[in-house]
Design a protein around this ligand. Sequence first.
Ligand code: ATP
Ligand code: MG
Length: 348
Amino acid sequence: IGTDAVDRNDSLEQRILTDPGRFRVMTGDRPTGRLHLGHYFGTLQNRVRLQDLGVESFVLVADYQVLTDRDVAENLADSVEGLVLDYLAVGIDPARTTIYTHSAVAALNQLLLPFLSLVSVAELGRNPTVKDEIAHSRQAAVSGLMFTYPVHQAADILFCKANLVPVGQDQLPHLELTRTIARRFNARYAPETGIFPEPEALLSAAPLLLGTDGGKMSKSRGNAVALADDADDTARLIRGAKTDSIRHITYEPATRPEVSSLVLLAALCTDRDPREVADGIGTGGAGMLKRTVTEAVNEYLAPIRARRTSYAQERGFVRNILKEGNERAGAVADETLDEVRRAMKTSY
Ligand code: ATP
Ligand code: MG
């Protein structure tokens, strides 16, 4: 990311700290597997921080978005519950944050239709994140939902009029589209007052964490340290991580992405500067680097893992969180849909 994005992020950060009450957060994840360190340092940590600052927050379990690149919704119920457990483990508090699913909030989904009319096929085809996901998809044919899910995502964000979206870098094209849709909807149907805000993305210090193969750390690419993994699995995964043949360990993300992402992981988990971590390893080589990372990650995740294990015994609690969250989100979505119908003059 360029300095422009960093400056924007700094000034946004200032505005949030000055007046957290002006913001409403919405963000979410696909229930396609367990959350990993990329999620944690890319967005979860920010979500918890904003929640704790008193920013009203919505977190979506994006179950309909699973269908973009999956034939069947295999084990979906388990994945949804697992995702909620991950949220609880990292400190998302259902008393302060509304956790809900696509499939349970009918009015949210209804926004998709007018929103689809506001974007062109050419715009959808240009989305670099969608292109990357298609390239990594295991499906023979690209579904219509794969092309249109960023519009659905605009509905996810705008149904509750969120103006702040803590996300990883891959989401920036989607967020730009959401802003475009908000702007076009307002211009076409509510030129005087406007209905939707143009939400801003909040990036973390690690907006694109790489996995053990040097590509984006992703649930579905087998290259991720899951929050819920145990210490041995973590050690095994990091031991197998791709590095390079230069013994002297340095932090140079542009030219040594694999090594640098391991250094960054250790730095994030120990709250140190990555250069300092690299200097500490020096000519210790990849073996020492991997041992350092494994130790740092396992130590950092230990309390999160313990909390997850204890919440996992309370399945009824988890189901209840979704039930209440879906009700709350449903009420908000109904209100917005009413407003949209009046603006579009389709409320008869
Ligand atoms: P999948 O491979 O199934 O798409 P994913 O790992 O990409 O899973 P998502 O549910 O698509 O996860 O993304 C959820 C959120 O986590 C988004 O805000 C996204 O930007 C962020 N995120 C995902 N991967 C990373 C990463 N490697 N680094 C930083 N943020 C990430
Ligand atoms: Mg993804």
